[in-house]
Design a protein around this ligand. Structure first.
Ligand code: SF4
Length: 690
């Protein structure tokens, strides 16, 4: 690939962020990346992107980028000094031989291709699935992010879509529930500010601590973590009680509103106040505001679903716009995710034609237990003897770090990591392969937070010897004799093939370097005025959790507070939540001095009243712990955190903490109902002076 002129080129942000921003990237004559900005002409991005990606040139040209393959020759986990440079040929041989040996000795399920959302591009992220299915390797149940939120949304609405985010400009009331878009989705704030200027739109934030978004709110409800279902029920109680419910709409579009109203009679604001820690008047105030503004936009985040009761919380909250009939109005309704509106056939990309449903499926969040050989997690199958990782950093990201590290420390486990930087996971690998980033490869992207499907070509050639995920999968497939037409195609051929197969042939100028398709389905469909996603076309207040298995019968059928959270006790009197900081995105960017310069070091925030009670007022560093382990962390008094709660924004590397134990040492890998899902904010801990 040859590039020469200096100019601005279109691209798309690949990160695991709902905005999936349309970008413009400045490239000079030497193929250096200069500035990156949001595309002004893109009707969602509107020229606005976050500081992380605006500074991406620094990450792209970072001196610590991996630029050639490495073989580990020293102890695991001891940095780049434990590796020596090897050729691609040798690296691929080592990897292929290990995968073959594992497969031949223990069966193909002893190999686990493991990936997640380091890039959200369909080709570079999902090609590993094709290799998995063709080879019969163990499958992955992807539970780190949306397992609980998806289930909670789908059980009510029946399909994963909501209103177009551009309608924030048309709303009278924006409710940000369980998210902090100032840190994580700046475009929501940008659009809200426009709406506030033009229409005096009000902002309500529901969050256990006073986030940067909450500081901008007209009303902030600082509820106890994991009590969102109770708040939603009490708000609906008030809506019915005050005749603010739209009965005509309810009868037409929902399954059993009379039953819901009866059920909610006991769920009063006083009942919810006991559970949520809010005052009755705060709940009444919010309900009055919500009920008197049916043109209200509920922006549902992921944060409030990362609990053992996360799916029921999502379902309860998603019922609110049904009661007021908000969906009928421009700027009214809810948006959790619009990733379900893509109509494209991904079977070739993911190799679905070779998927064998009898192959075991392993829970991604329980990687620690799986690598440590817990029998229930292995489901009677072989131990994992070889793991091939792309797009994720489980030693930092996955729960129960001590177990994860123990698993990765096994001498009999072959580990290959394909990465952009020497992450803590890569440091445990036998072979490390250097990966391209989104500026160096072609890919296509859907979005959770808007309706555009975007396709972006590489802007510069790869640095050093970096290879794309797609190319590495192709090379592994070739040597493993994995036969599938998808391995023979370029990224571009896979993308255009998928579009053509899905009926978009005429609409796409394939010679273009980048393009986009607005998949917005129009007002009636995006607002479910032609019906919801279930067969009966209704929204379901009556949740059928058994869709995900008969074991879910204990879950509440109607919206409720389900008390299955991690229990507080005398030994563990505090709840801990671990929301995202502004300069990190999962573990991406935490290797950069950019992030660390701005944030300096991880801190646990605690209310001054708790500090006094614990005698920690003059203590700079504490230990936090529970049955899974303990960490050391700097302590800071913060009025923005409610009493009884600790907040550590991140996600920092383990090494950023004084004892090299990061926050996921404390989080649980319990698989929450109905379908698994990590419970990152559902953690109780003790606090001790250091
Ligand atoms: S806001 Fe999100 S999508 Fe946009 S540039 Fe930043 S990380 Fe990427």
């Amino acid at each position: 690939m040859g590039f020469s002129e200096s100019k601005w080129l279109n691209s798309t942000c690949p990160h695991d962020c709902p905005s999936t921003c349309a970008l413009e990237v400045e490239r000079d004559e030497q193929n250096q990346i200069k500035r990156i900005r949001g595309r002004k002409k893109h009707s969602y991005t509107d020229g606005v992107i976050c500081g992380k990606v605006a500074n991406y040139a620094k990450r792209h040209h970072h001196q610590n980028r991996l630029t050639y393959p490495l073989k580990r020759v020293g102890p695991k986990g001891t940095g780049i000094g434990a590796f020596e440079k090897i050729t691609w040929e040798e690296a691929l041989d080592l990897t292929v031989n290990a995968l073959k040996e594992s497969s031949e000795s223990f069966g193909p399920e002893s190999v686990w291709p493991y990936f997640y959302a380091g890039t959200m591009g369909w080709i570079q992220r999902d090609g590993i699935e094709r290799l998995r299915h063709v080879m019969g390797y163990s499958r992955q149940h992807s539970t780190i992010c949306v397992g609980l939120s998806d289930a909670g949304w789908l059980v009510g609405a029946g399909v994963k879509r909501g209103i177009d985010a551009r309608e924030i400009s048309e709303t009278d009331l924006l409710v940000v529930w369980g998210g902090n878009p100032v840190n994580t989705q700046i475009n929501v704030i940008h659009r809200f500010q426009q709406a506030r200027r033009l229409r005096k739109t009000k902002l309500v934030v529901i969050d256990p601590y006073t986030t940067e978004t909450a500081k901008r709110a007209d009303l902030h409800l600082r509820l106890k973590p994991g009590t969102d279902g109770a708040l939603a029920c009490a708000v609906m109680h008030v809506l019915f009680r005050e005749s603010l419910a739209d009965w005509k709409y309810l009868r037409k579009y929902s399954d059993n509103p009379q039953r819901l109203e009866e059920h909610l009679r006991e769920r009063t604001p006083a009942w919810a106040a006991q559970i949520t820690g809010l005052t009755v008047s705060e709940i009444e105030q919010f309900a009055g505001l919500y009920g008197s503004n049916p043109r209200s936009f509920l922006r549902l985040g992921y944060g409030f679903t990362r609990y053992r009761n996360g799916a029921t919380n999502m379902h309860a909250v998603s019922c609110l716009p049904m009661v007021t009939g908000a969906w009928k109005y421009l700027g009214g309704g809810a948006l959790y995710s619009n990733s379900g509106i893509c109509p494209f056939d991904v079977s070739e990309i993911k190799g679905f034609d070779r998927l064998d449903q009898s192959t075991r499926i392993l829970d991604q969040s329980r990687i620690g237990q799986i690598l440590c050989g817990y029998p229930d997690d292995l489901q009677g199958g072989p131990p994992i003897k070889a793991i091939f990782i792309q797009n994720t950093n489980p030693i930092v990201v996955a729960p129960e770090t001590n177990l994860v590290q123990q698993g990765f420390s096994r001498k009999d486990l072959f580990i290959c990591v394909h990465e952009q930087f020497m992450t803590e996971t890569a440091e445990m690998a036998d072979v490390v392969l250097p990966a391209t980033n989104f500026l160096e490869h072609d890919d296509c992207y859907s979005a959770a937070g808007h309706t555009f499907f975007q396709i972006a070509k590489a802007v510069v050639p790869p640095v050093g010897e970096c290879r794309s995920n797609h190319r590495v999968i192709q090379e592994l497939a070739l040597q493993l004799e994995a036969r599938h037409q998808g391995f023979l195609k370029s990224e571009w051929e896979l993308i255009t093939g998928m579009l053509e197969k899905s009926g978009f042939k005429e609409k796409i100028p394939l010679e273009q370097k980048s393009f986009e398709i607005d998949l917005d389905l129009g007002f009636r469909k995006m607002h479910f005025l032609d019906g919801f996603g279930h067969e009966d076309g209704k929204f379901h207040f009556n949740a059928d959790w058994t869709h995900w298995g008969q074991g879910n019968q204990e879950m509440p059928k109607l919206p409720d507070h389900w008390e299955v959270r991690d229990s507080l006790s005398k030994e563990k009197p505090y709840r801990l939540i671990t929301p995202p900081a502004r300069w990190f995105l999962n573990s991406t960017f935490n290797e950069m001095s950019l992030s660390q310069d701005r944030l300096t070091s991880p801190k646990a925030w605690m209310h001054p009243q708790d500090l006094k009670q614990e005698g920690l007022e003059n203590v700079a560093q504490v230990k936090l712990g529970n049955e899974r382990g303990e960490i050391e962390v700097a302590l800071e008094a913060n009025q923005d955190v409610q009493p009884g709660l600790l907040v550590i924004e991140g996600l920092w590397t383990n090494r950023a903490f004084p004892a090299s134990k990061g926050v996921n040492t404390l989080t649980s890998a319990d698989a929450a109902l109905p379908n698994g899902g990590a419970v990152f904010h559902d953690t109780t801990v003790w606090v001790r002076a250091f």
